[in-house]
Design a protein around this ligand. Structure first.
Ligand code: ATP
Ligand code: MG
Length: 426
């Protein structure tokens, strides 16, 4: 267990000023599991006012909860929180009180594996709830009475599932019972906290389907994302075939995982549900578009690939045109995952090699051939100049021209298209 230098430096300054200081929380758990952790949290007996006496430069990070950002010599900020005790809770957020001991501070934490403290100077663990034992056994166990602790803050039900999924741990039976008991009550949580949990589940867990099935089993899904409550298991195992997002902020892979469960739902349902979860407008629109594009072509691509390893080029252009250039790769990436999940479930679906070959060909077609209105050798202005009356008819004619060009790119010639437009205008 080796805290980063900056964390040690801050701990030492607080210790030298006579304040008890410990490393706590997720970083200790992760280090004991042999996983690197970025943020090492410090907990101290010093109040925010006392910390301000030791450090000239501080950043308030929720001072009512006792958290300050302190800077090490390299100018890197670390969060330090005063030991605290929960005094009263309403199932949505905790109210905290200072003047607490390390024991109090650990006792208010959710799971034993998250309630281990490490002394940066003595290099010893303080582990009153046997979190180390639960790490060794692979168990997620609430600190204290599981039912009472999950009642205090229902988000802990989702956290329990996330930690179990992330580390492939079991639940201590009373903790799982409390998770199930929480299912119907999760509606009181703020959408932001729920979205944050879903977000972390999609980003941190290698195979999120296990977590999503526990959301389903506990009733969390029916309460929080009812539109997904009865999707097929494959809608969730599809996520296991999509790569883990690379960083905490990476979007591409994250969006694929966010979109995957919605392939069985229509775009309006996906839009409404993601909006209710307070996903950003951009995310909502992207997922809804992707679902919509998928539904335009998935059945046809699946059928073609099952029948034939190499569909005709014109067919590829039709698909690319229906999807639009920018989403071709995303649709096929989702398709590859979805069909892999179907095959893993024993269903017939296009095999991976065929999907890969199609992907390569589709990219070449989508970026090398005319498949969008903007690729046509004429535009609306050209049609007007050629005497076609302004109005909705122009758009309809352009669509017809595009359809002809998609069938045969040799048609994408200005003179030919104008002749075709004149004919189609009669
Ligand atoms: P992650 O890797 O997801 O960040 P973490 O354990 O660091 O995992 P955080 O949400 O960053 O989780 O919280 C830090 C610590 O604060 C936890 O380890 C836990 O001790 C405590 N904690 C966080 N949320 C809660 C909660 N809802 N109830 C009780 N304790 C909590
Ligand atoms: Mg953390």
């Amino acid at each position: 267990l080796e805290p980063p230098r900056g964390v040690l430096e801050i701990a030492n300054r607080l210790l030298d000023a006579g304040h008890e200081t410990w490393c706590v929380g997720g970083a200790i758990r992760d280090a004991l599991l042999g996983r690197p952790s970025l943020d090492w949290d410090l907990a101290t007996s010093a109040t925010p006012a006392e910390m301000r006496k030791v450090f000239r430069r501080v950043v308030p990070k929720g001072e009512q909860f006792g958290t300050l950002g302190l800077f090490d010599q390299d100018g890197v900020m670390h969060e330090v929180t005063t030991f605290r005790r929960d005094v009263q809770t309403d199932g949505r957020h905790a109210v905290v009180e200072f003047g607490a001991s390390l024991y109090d501070d650990l006792a208010r934490r959710d799971f034993t594996i998250n309630a281990i403290a490490f002394s940066p100077r003595g290099r010893t663990l303080h582990d009153p709830f046997d979190g180390v034992g639960d790490l060794r056994r692979g168990v997620v166990r609430a600190v204290g009475d599981a039912d009472a602790r999950l009642r205090e803050d229902r988000l802990r039900a989702l956290r329990a599932i996330r930690f179990a999924a992330r580390f492939e741990f079991d639940f201590d039976p009373p903790t799982w019972a409390a998770v199930v008991a929480s299912g119907p009550h999760l509606g009181r949580l703020s959408a932001e906290r729920v979205r944050e949990e879903l977000d972390k589940t999609l980003r941190q867990v290698r195979a999120p389907s296990w977590a999503l099935e526990r959301w389903r089993e506990s009733g969390a899904l029916a309460t929080l994302i009812p539109a997904l409550a009865d999707v097929s298991p494959v809608a969730f195992t599809t996520l296991d075939h999509l790569p883990v997002p690379r960083g905490r902020r990476e979007r591409g892979r994250y969006l694929h995982r966010l979109a995957a469960p919605w392939l069985e739902r229509d775009r309006v349902t996906a839009e409404r549900s993601l909006r209710a979860l307070r996903c950003s407008n951009q995310e909502v629109r992207w997922v809804a578009d992707l679902v919509d594009r998928w539904q335009r072509v998935a059945g046809s691509i699946r059928g073609a690939l099952l029948a034939d390893a190499a569909p005709a080029e014109a067919e590829l252009r039709r698909w690319a045109s229906a999807v639009g250039r920018v989403m071709v790769a995303d649709v096929l990436r989702l398709g590859a995952a979805r069909w892999a999940a179907e095959r893993a479930a024993g269903r017939e679906a296009p095999d991976a090699a065929r999907v890969r070959a199609l992907h390569r060909r589709m990219i070449r077609v989508a970026y090398g051939q005319p498949i969008e209105l903007a690729d046509l050798a004429v535009d609306g202005g050209d049609l007007l100049a050629a005497g076609i009356a302004a109005g909705p008819g122009v758009g309809i004619i352009l669509q017809r021209l595009l359809a002809a060009v998609v069938e045969d790119p040799a048609e994408n010639d200005r003179e030919r298209l104008l002749a075709r437009a004149a004919a189609s205008n009669d």
